[in-house]
Design a protein. Structure first.
Lengths: 319, 652
C-alpha cells in the first residue's frame, strides 16, 4: 500500500512539471501587462513603465522566465506579486481559510442533501418523491451559480432585506454574536454552491443505489428476512457509496473552480476572487501559483480517490 | 454696488467686454461679461483665433484687478465673483492671484462636527480594492486611495480645485516668500507638532527622504516621474525647498494630492533601492493621517481606527474606517444606494437609468464631481494598413482617407454627442466640443459642435466622395471604410453603435472592434492591439486629467513624441499628429509664468486640435460615486476620492 502511494507520488512529479510548463507558456503568451493601468496616467511617463517591465523580468525570453520560476519554486519561493508587491504564498495563505470555510460548508450541505434524498428516491423509484427530487435536481444543476447567486441577492437582500450580500472578513463582535454573523453572511454563498453540488450528487447517488439495489445479493438479504432499513443501509449503501466517494473526491478541485464565480458575486475574499483579480490585472506570478495549486489539488485528490477505492472495496488491489 | 446681470451689447464684436459703474464719482469696474455663446456656430463663422482681442481685453482687465486686490482696493471674494462671471472658477481665480502675487486662498471647509470621533464606522466599498499600501508603488488610483487613508500629502485639492493644507502650514505665495518669482523654486512650511502614528515627530527630513527614496531607480517607485527632475532640500526642521531646473508654472505637483503622499523616514530608511520590497511597513503603514492602520488584505480589505492625536481640530468624525474591495460596479451601487450595507461606493460607472432605478429605493444617492476627463475619438494620421519596415501606422505613411480634411470634418459631424449623453452617460456626462475640458480657465469658448448627417453628406459630396453601388462612398478607388476600436466597456460599445449608425446613413462603413482593457492599455510591445500602436483608423477612450492643470496632458501630443517602432511605441502622441504651431504653443506654455498668457496658450493648443480634428470629443465625463443619504462626502474631480476624507462626516 505505502509502496503504491509512493509510486503514485513519484509519477505525479513529471505530470506536475508538465502542467506547470503548459500553464507558464500559456500565461506568458497571453496578451496584457501588469502595468497597463499606468499607460493612461499622464503623470507616469512610458519609460517608467518600461523600466518596471524590465525590472520584473517581463522582457526576458519565456524559457528563462520558466527556469527562474521553477528554480524559485523548488526552493519554496512561490514568487512575488507584481501588483501587490508581496510574496504570493502570503497572499494565498491569507485567503485560504475563507475559501475552505465556504467550500467546506457547501460540500457538507451538498452531502447532507444528496445522500438522504438520493437514497430515498432510489428505494422508491418513479414515486412522487422521486419525480419531484429528480425535477429539482435537473433544475438545480441546469442553473449556473452566477444566476442563482444574483437571484438569491435579489430575493433575500434587496427585497426581503434579511441577509447581507457583501461578505466581510472582519466581523465586529465576539463570542456567539461573531459566530452568528459569520453563519448569517455565509448562508447565501454556501446555499448557492451547496445546492448546485447537491443537485448533481443526488442524481449520482440515486443511480448508484439503483444499480446495486437490483443485484442478487440484495434480493438474498431480503429473502433472509432482514428489515428494509438494514438492507438499505448495511448492504446496499455501503456498496453504492464506493463510486460516490470517488466522485466526491474527484469533484473537489472542480468545486474550487465553481467557487470562483460565487466568490466574485458575494465578494468573498477567497482564492477564487484572488485568481480573477490577478487575471484581470495580469499579475502572472499569482495566476501561476493559484492555477498550480489547483493542478496539485487535482493530482492529489485523484490519488486520494484511488486509495479510498481500494480501502472501501477490498476486491480492488493496489499494486 | 448694483452690478446686476449684464451682457455685451449685441452689436459688439468682442466676446468679452467690461461694465463699469460709478460709485462716489469713481468708476469701478463691476464685472467682465461675455457674450452669450451661440450653441451652434455655423462653419464659416468659426474663427478659432478670431477673438484674440477678447483674450487681451480679459488679460489687461485681470491684471489691473489683481493689482486692486494686492493694494486692498478690491477684496478677494469680489475678485473671485467677478472672475466667476467670465466662467473662471474659484480655484483658478485663486491660482491666478497666487501667481499674480497674491496669496492663494485655502479651500473653504464644509466640515460641521464640533468634536473628534463619535461618528461610528465608515464603510467604503471600492469594487477594485487596493492591492498595496505604499503610495510610491501605487499602480492605479485604487492603491493611492487606500494609502491615503493613512498617509498624507502637504496639501490636497478640494472639489473646486482649491488647494487645501494638510501637512503644510501655509500655501506658498510670492508674498510669504514661498514662491520664487522666476518659478524655479517653491518653499513649503510644515505644520509644527505633527506626529507619525508611532509618536515620532514629522519633520522636513521625512519630506526630503521621500524624494531620495523615489528618485532611486532601484526602488522602482512610480512616483519617480514626479520627483526625478526636481531637487528637494531641507531649510530647517519645518521648512523644505523644492528646486526646479526650469520655470515651473504649475508648482503644486510633488508632495501634493493623494498620489504624492509622504512616508516616514524612520521606518523606510533601511529599505531604499533594491531592498524596497522587503520593508515590513509596505503592508502596515504608519502615517500621519486621520486613521491609524489596523489590517490589510490585498484586494479585499483595508481597516483603520481613529487617530486620537490627529493634527486637524475636531477631525476625523468617524471612529473607524473600512474599505472593502472586490465585485463589480453595479452590485457596489446596489449595496450603497439600494440596501444601504455600505456608506460609500467608489467609481460607480453604471448606466444612468440603472442608477435612477436604484435611487428609488431611497437609502443612498449618486454624487458627482466635475473634473477634466474627456472621452474622445482619436483619428489616425498615418496608414494602419500599410506596413513600412515592419511597422504599421508608420510615420512614413499618410492616412489614405483622413488626409482629406473633408473626411475628418464629416466624421466630426457624425458623432451624436447629445444622444450619447442621453442614452449612456446621463447625469455623468456633458457634451463638449473641446478636448481640454478643465480646469475652467483653460477651456476654450471658441469651439462648437454639431450633429448633422445632411451636412456631413454634403461635405463628402463636395469633396468628391460619391456613393458606390453598395451605398458606401468612394473616391479614386478608395472606399470610405473605417475600423473603429476601443476597450471593452459597456458604455463604449454602445457609443460605438451610435456612431456606426450615423456613419452608415452618411455612406461611411464602420467596422467596430473592441479590445480587452488590459491589452488595450498595456505597454506590451508584442501586442498589436494596444492603443499606442493604433492599428485602426479611429479609437476611443479617455486619459484622466489627474491634477487641476493641463500641462502634462497637453504635452503628450508634441510632434517629437509620436509613438513609433523606434521608441517601442512608448511615444505618447498616438494619433501621430504633427503640427509645428502646436509644438511652439505648448513649449511656450511650459515656460510661461504669467497665468493669463499661459491659459491663453493652452486654449490655443486646444483650438489647434479642434481645427485639425485630431480628436473628436465624445463626452466630458464626471466622476460618479454612490453615498448613503446621510453621509456628507467631500469628493473632488481633481483628486482621489479619499483625498478629502478628513472632512467627511455624517448628518445626524
Amino acid at each position: 500500500m505505502s509502496q503504491y502511494v509512493l509510486r503514485r507520488l513519484l509519477i505525479a512529479i513529471p505530470s506536475l512539471l508538465g502542467i506547470s510548463l503548459v500553464l507558464f507558456v500559456v500565461l506568458a503568451l497571453a496578451p496584457g501587462d501588469p502595468f497597463s493601468e499606468l499607460a493612461t496616467n499622464p503623470n507616469v511617463p512610458p519609460e517608467v513603465a518600461l523600466a518596471l517591465r524590465a525590472k520584473f523580468g517581463l522582457d526576458d525570453p519565456i524559457y528563462l522566465r520558466y527556469l527562474h520560476w521553477l528554480n524559485a519554486m523548488l526552493h519554496g519561493d512561490w514568487g512575488f506579486s507584481f501588483v501587490s508587491r508581496m510574496n504570493v504564498d502570503t497572499l494565498i495563505l491569507q485567503r485560504l481559510p475563507t475559501t475552505l470555510y465556504v467550500i467546506g460548508s457547501a460540500q457538507i450541505l451538498a452531502l447532507l442533501i444528496a445522500i438522504p434524498v438520493g437514497v430515498y428516491a432510489a428505494t422508491k423509484p418513479y414515486s412522487l418523491f422521486d419525480q419531484v427530487a429528480n425535477t429539482l435536481a435537473f433544475v438545480g444543476f441546469s442553473l449556473p451559480t452566477f444566476f442563482t447567486g444574483i437571484l438569491f441577492i435579489l430575493i433575500f437582500s434587496v427585497t426581503l432585506d434579511w441577509l447581507p450580500f457583501v461578505y466581510t472578513t472582519d466581523i465586529k463582535g465576539t463570542g456567539i454574536h461573531w459566530v452568528l454573523e459569520m453563519i448569517r453572511q455565509a448562508i447565501m454563498p454556501v446555499a448557492v454552491l451547496g445546492l448546485f453540488q447537491a443537485a448533481s450528487m443526488t442524481r449520482f447517488v440515486r443511480s448508484a443505489m439503483l444499480d446495486v439495489i437490483r443485484l442478487d445479493y440484495v434480493t438474498t438479504a431480503r429473502a433472509k428476512g432482514i428489515g428494509q432499513r438494514r438492507v438499505i443501509i448495511k448492504h446496499v449503501m455501503r456498496n453504492a457509496m464506493i463510486p460516490v466517494v470517488t466522485l466526491i473526491a474527484l469533484q473537489i478541485p472542480a468545486v474550487f473552480g465553481g467557487a470562483i464565480v460565487t466568490e466574485q458575486i458575494f465578494r468573498i475574499p477567497g482564492i477564487g476572487s484572488l485568481l480573477i483579480s490577478s487575471i484581470l490585472s495580469n499579475d502572472t506570478p499569482v495566476v501561476m501559483a493559484v492555477t498550480f495549486v489547483f493542478a496539485c489539488l487535482v493530482v492529489l485528490f485523484n490519488l486520494i480517490a484511488d486509495v479510498l477505492y481500494g480501502w472501501l472495496d477490498p476486491r480492488i488491489s493496489l499494486r | 454696488m448694483g452690478c446686476g446681470i449684464w451682457f455685451c451689447p449685441t452689436d459688439s464684436q468682442k466676446t468679452v467686454c467690461i461694465h463699469t459703474v460709478a460709485v462716489d464719482a469713481h468708476p469701478i469696474r463691476c464685472a467682465i461679461y461675455r457674450q452669450p455663446i451661440p450653441v451652434v456656430a455655423s462653419r464659416d463663422r468659426l474663427h478659432p483665433y478670431g477673438n484674440q482681442t477678447g483674450t487681451t481685453m480679459l488679460d489687461k482687465e485681470l491684471r489691473s484687478m489683481i493689482g486692486d486686490v494686492k493694494d486692498g482696493r478690491m477684496d478677494r471674494r469680489g475678485f473671485i465673483q467677478r472672475l466667476a462671471a467670465v466662467g473662471l472658477t474659484a480655484p483658478l481665480a485663486n491660482q491666478i492671484l497666487a501667481l499674480g502675487g497674491v496669496a492663494m486662498a485655502e479651500g473653504a471647509s464644509t466640515y460641521k462636527p464640533s468634536k473628534r470621533g463619535g461618528g461610528g464606522a465608515l464603510k467604503l466599498l471600492w469594487w477594485q480594492g487596493p492591492t498595496l499600501l505604499n503610495p510610491h508603488f501605487a499602480t492605479g488610483t485604487k492603491d493611492q486611495d487606500g494609502a491615503r487613508l493613512f498617509y498624507e500629502p502637504l496639501a490636497c485639492w478640494d472639489p473646486d480645485g482649491n488647494m487645501k493644507l494638510v501637512l503644510a502650514a501655509e500655501i506658498p505665495s510670492i508674498q510669504n516668500g514661498g514662491l520664487a518669482a522666476d518659478g524655479k523654486s517653491v518653499t513649503w512650511k510644515l505644520k509644527p507638532g505633527v506626529k507619525w502614528h508611532d509618536g515620532t515627530p514629522f519633520t522636513a527630513d521625512d519630506v526630503v527622504f521621500n524624494w531620495e527614496y523615489a528618485k532611486d531607480p532601484a526602488t522602482s517607485a512610480l512616483t519617480i516621474a514626479t520627483l526625478r527632475d526636481i531637487t528637494v532640500e531641507k531649510v530647517d526642521d519645518l521648512t523644505v525647498r523644492i528646486l526646479f531646473n526650469k520655470p515651473t508654472p504649475f508648482w503644486a505637483d510633488a508632495f501634493v494630492g493623494a498620489p504624492n503622499t509622504i512616508i516616514p523616514k524612520h521606518l523606510f530608511k533601511d529599505y531604499m533601492g533594491s531592498k524596497s520590497r522587503e520593508a515590513p511597513t509596505n503592508l502596515s503603514p504608519v502615517g500621519t493621517g486621520p486613521y491609524k492602520f489596523v489590517e490589510f488584505k490585498p484586494g479585499d480589505l483595508v481597516r483603520g481606527v481613529i487617530n486620537p492625536d490627529y493634527h486637524m481640530a475636531n477631525r476625523p468624525y468617524f471612529d473607524s474606517i473600512e474599505m472593502k474591495g472586490g465585485g463589480d460596479a453595479v452590485s457596489a451601487a446596489r449595496a450603497v444606494i439600494q440596501t444601504g450595507e455600505y456608506d460609500f461606493g467608489w467609481n460607480i460607472q453604471v448606466e444612468d437609468d440603472v442608477l435612477l432605478r436604484l435611487e428609488k429605493g431611497g437609502k443612498g444617492k449618486t454624487v458627482y464631481a466635475v473634473g477634466g476627463d474627456t472621452e474622445f475619438i482619436a483619428l489616425n494620421f498615418t496608414d494602419p494598413n500599410t506596413e513600412v519596415d515592419g511597422e504599421r501606422s508608420s510615420m512614413k505613411t499618410k492616412h489614405p482617407l483622413f488626409s482629406d480634411p473633408a473626411v475628418r470634418k464629416a466624421l466630426s459631424l457624425l458623432i451624436d454627442r447629445e444622444s450619447v449623453k442621453k442614452a449612456i452617460y446621463g447625469r455623468a456626462g456633458r457634451t463638449t466640443a473641446n478636448f481640454l475640458n478643465g480646469p475652467e480657465k483653460f477651456v476654450s469658448k471658441n469651439t462648437s459642435w454639431e450633429f448633422s448627417v445632411e451636412k456631413a453628406s454634403k461635405i463628402l459630396d463636395d469633396a468628391g466622395w460619391k456613393p458606390g453601388a453598395d451605398g458606401i462612398r468612394e473616391k479614386d478607388g478608395k472606399k470610405l471604410k473605417l475600423v473603429y476600436q476601443t476597450s471593452i466597456n459597456g458604455p463604449r460599445q454602445k457609443t460605438q453603435a451610435i456612431v456606426k449608425q450615423a456613419c452608415q446613413k452618411a455612406g461611411i462603413d464602420v467596422e467596430l472592434k473592441s479590445v480587452v482593457a488590459s491589452v488595450f492599455f498595456s505597454s506590451d510591445v508584442g501586442n498589436p492591439d494596444t492603443y499606442s500602436k493604433f492599428y485602426a483608423d479611429m479609437e476611443m477612450f479617455q486619459i484622466p486629467l489627474s491634477q487641476p492643470d493641463p500641462s502634462q496632458h497637453m504635452r503628450r501630443y508634441l510632434s517629437n513624441l509620436v509613438a513609433t517602432k523606434e521608441n517601442k511605441w512608448q511615444g505618447t502622441n498616438f494619433p501621430r499628429w504633427v503640427n509645428k504651431e502646436y509644438d511652439a504653443t505648448i513649449q511656450a506654455a511650459d515656460g510661461e509664468m504669467d497665468p493669463v498668457k499661459r491659459a491663453a496658450l493652452y486654449i490655443k493648443a486646444n483650438d489647434l486640435m479642434y481645427q485639425d480634428i485630431v480628436f473628436i470629443p465624445v463626452q466630458h465625463r464626471l466622476k460618479v460615486e454612490a453615498a448613503a443619504n446621510n453621509l456628507r462626502p467631500v469628493v473632488s474631480g481633481w483628486a482621489n476620492e479619499t483625498d478629502n476624507l478628513f472632512d467627511w462626516y455624517r448628518e445626524e
